[in-house]
Design a protein around this ligand. Structure first.
Ligand code: ZN
Length: 118
């Protein structure tokens, strides 16, 4: 067998097996590995897109909340990513200023921001 170029020893990006490539750009030992790797890559791309969409869905309401002057304990918990009990504890300990409106506890964005500065 006479090759125009010396075969290049390579490790398959998919199965990790050692193989001899004719071109320096070859990444896979076989068509089979290339096809499988392509499938994996496509699946990862799809997953990443789904994750991105999820993140956007989750952060959209937070952005809306951050624009509001007053928020509820539950909403404050969503923004902070903590439980409502943690927010209520912070209120009880005087770390977070709040007011009561018809039995509902509300927090102003002002006190919310003050809390982060302290
Ligand atoms: Zn392979």
């Amino acid at each position: 067998m006479v090759a125009s170029k010396d075969p290049i020893p390579k490790i398959c990006m998919f199965c990790q097996n050692l193989f001899e490539a004719q071109k320096s750009t070859t990444q896979y030992c076989s068509q089979k590995c290339a096809a499988k790797a392509y499938k994996v890559r496509k699946r990862q791309e799809r997953n990443q897109e789904a994750q991105k969409e999820n993140l956007e869905k989750l952060s959209a309401p937070i952005k809306t909340l951050q624009k509001r002057e007053y928020i509820s304990v539950e909403e404050a918990a969503i923004i902070l990513g903590v439980s409502r009990w943690t927010v209520q504890r912070a209120i009880k300990q005087g770390k977070l200023e709040s007011a009561k409106l018809l039995g509902r506890r509300i927090i102003s964005q002002k006190s919310f921001k003050k809390f982060f500065k302290s």
